[in-house]
Write a protein that binds this ligand. Structure first.
Ligand SMILES: *Cc1c(COP(=O)(O)O)cnc(C)c1O
Length: 424
């Protein structure tokens, strides 16, 4: 596996230990493929035939596209849970809420650990295994750790997860514990955790699976591959996704660039990255046309997965915007929760961070940036069940313990006076 630095362009190899996550200059690495004379039509056929596979790596919605993700990786090292294979839906109520002609929701929430992190994590853990690592680590606001601990458990190897001691969702930490990871909480932010692992992960024998790991980006490309394949290789006018550490925005851009260069798609969609107002350094940078990102020292949003003040992948995400004439926006916590209620009500559901995409789409349509006659796909990054506190405070009121049946649930007596009335 070859890589290059996205800042200075220097070449690097990812083919042997020790794993490299960054260039000597400090820039992030990105995988470089030699697709040679890859034939898009032949590969489309192959990817299509694999849709019928059940017990091979082709049954995974990531490894189905192995030729575009990690062609050199020996199959024997692949650690998979048949991730991907997620649905695309077009619920009328959410389309109406967004105010656009046609809307797709790509439900990465349907992944085995409940978030899109599985798309990247299967690639990272498999690559780490192929290099001979026997333990894995990450720092995370939640979903990365759930995903890593799930794949480590699948492979039967230990994992270490560092979690900031506030601003995270309890459900995700519980999921991580249940999969058997060693969890260590520290006072500080996600950014402090990244710094520690960068300096100390290798020393401790760990393959580090944070979003800066270039293999995670390779795996996450499969989200747009699958979306494109499901839509018969014609993508909508816009793809809208939430931005935290910006790995997903980076992967989306790289995936699109490769699909376009190889001739899988004839036209590039535009990309909109949506941040939370309380954690929106990337949006502020783009909005003010600054040339560098100014970290947000105290990020705060109800969307815990977006609670990141210093997104490491901002340069790659900026490339995505350049490639696709992309835009950014930021939405308030109230806008996020209103969009979440709508997505939940549609029967699909998502966690707050995912709803930011829908809230952002609505805002961009209302602001005239996206025309109501255009078409869009929102990436729903994580499952409804990931953050039950958010559901609790929205539907039952903040002090649930004191007034258990406040808003969402009415009290009834099961006697002859109780009548079913579902029209209300
Ligand atoms: C990680 C995550 C995000 C943010 O993705 P980045 O790649 O960090 O920008 C958004 N939503 C959910 C549910 C996530 O788990």
């Amino acid at each position: 596996m070859k890589a290059r630095c996205v800042e200075c362009g220097a070449a690097a190899s990812l083919a042997a230990k020790p794993m490299r996550y960054a260039c000597h200059c400090g820039g992030l690495l990105e995988v470089v493929h030699d697709f040679g004379d890859a034939d898009a039509e032949r590969l489309k056929d192959l990817f299509h035939r694999r849709l019928g596979e059940r017990h091979t790596i082709g049954a995974s919605g990531v490894w189905r596209y192995k030729e575009l993700i990690a062609p050199e990786l020996p199959d024997a090292f692949i650690v998979t849970r048949n991730e991907g294979n997620t649905g695309i839906y077009g619920p009328e109520c959410v389309r109406e809420f967004a105010g656009i002609r046609q809307l797709w929701l790509k439900a990465q929430s349907e992944n085995p650990s409940g978030s899109f992190k599985d798309n990247g994590m299967t690639a990272a853990v498999s690559h780490g295994a192929s290099l001979g690592y026997a333990s894995f680590a990450c720092t995370s606001t939640g979903n990365t750790s759930s995903s890593l601990s799930m794949y480590a458990a699948t492979a039967g190897v230990p994992s270490l997860v560092l979690v900031p001691d506030e601003g995270i969702s309890l459900n995700k930490v519980l999921q991580t514990l249940a999969y058997g990871a060693q969890v260590a909480a520290f006072p500080g932010t996600y950014d402090d955790g990244i710094r520690w692992l960068n300096e100390n992960g290798e020393k401790n024998g760990c393959y580090v699976c944070n979003s800066v790991n270039p293999m995670r980006i390779e795996g996450q490309k499969s989200i747009v591959f699958e979306l494109a394949q499901d839509l018969n290789w014609e993508l909508p006018d816009w793809i809208v996704l939430p931005g935290g550490a910006l790995s997903n925005a980076s992967a989306l851009g790289k995936g699109l660039r490769e699909l376009f260069a190889l001739g899988f798609i004839a036209r590039l969609p535009r990309v909109a990255v949506v941040q939370a107002e309380g954690a929106g350094p990337f949006h502020r940078m783009v909005d003010a046309s600054l040339s560098t990102l100014i970290p947000e020292p105290a990020p705060r949003t109800v969307a815990s997965a977006l609670n990141i003040g210093n997104p490491p992948s901002w340069r790659k995400a900026l490339e995505t915007l350049k490639l696709t004439a992309g835009v950014t926006t930021a939405v308030s916590d109230a806008e996020i929760m209103a969009a979440k209620a709508c997505v939940d009500r549609s029967g699909i559901g998502c966690e707050p961070a995912s709803a930011a995409a829908v809230a952002g789409l609505r805002k961009l349509v209302q602001g005239g940036v996206i025309h109501r006659d255009e078409t869009a796909a929102c990436i729903l990054t994580g499952s409804l069940l990931k953050d039950t506190n958010a559901i609790n405070s929205y539907h039952l009121g903040a002090d649930y313990s004191e007034a258990p049946w406040r808003n969402g649930i009415r009290r009834v007596k099961l006697n002859e006076e109780f009548q079913v009335n579902l029209e209300e």
